[in-house]
Design a protein around this ligand. Structure first.
Ligand SMILES: [Zn+2]
Length: 151
């Protein structure tokens, strides 16, 4: 594995541990060139997952799209990249358990929102404002005041 900092080709594994539900493996690695330490996450590759949109259109599940959406919401928030990676692993697992290989698009959004709500409420509101496509500012204000009640 290439070092993300200096692009040296060799790293050594310092530590390996199982992720939640034993569905992923995290490895702590160190670059043999510059000594930089980073973590990689290995997960079972799901093939053939299909997203069914509200209008019935089916498309291949796109993990990168999911990651980009969460990253955007989490920008400049105290959420670690690893936390987002683990969140995605767990959400995909939950979605597959609930729906099999055909996942309704709204279910993906619901799962992400549920997680973000627990981790960081600003990121949650950001994600929800894009995902739910709030019709007006009052609806968004309502959502925020609901959050306060939950706390
Ligand atoms: Zn390096």
């Amino acid at each position: 594995m290439q070092c993300p900092k200096c692009t040296h080709a060799d790293t050594k594994v310092l530590d390996t541990r199982l992720g939640k539900n034993n569905l992923s493996i995290r490895r702590r690695r160190q670059c043999l060139g510059c000594g930089y330490r980073f973590t990689t996450i290995e997960e079972i590759l799901r093939e053939g997952l299909v997203v069914v949109k509200r209008n019935g259109v089916r498309e291949e599940f796109d993990r990168a799209k999911m990651l980009a959406g969460i990253r955007r919401a989490a920008e400049k928030r105290p959420i670690e990249a690893e936390q987002i990676e683990m969140m995605i692993v767990e959400i995909i697992d939950e979605l597959e358990r609930e729906h099999g290989s055909e996942i309704p698009s709204e279910s993906i959004g619901e799962h992400i929102m549920r997680r973000l709500k627990e981790i960081d409420q600003i990121a949650y509101v950001r994600f929800a404002s894009v995902y739910k496509d709030f019709r007006d500012i009052e609806e968004l204000a309502q959502e925020i005041s609901d959050l306060k009640i939950v706390q």
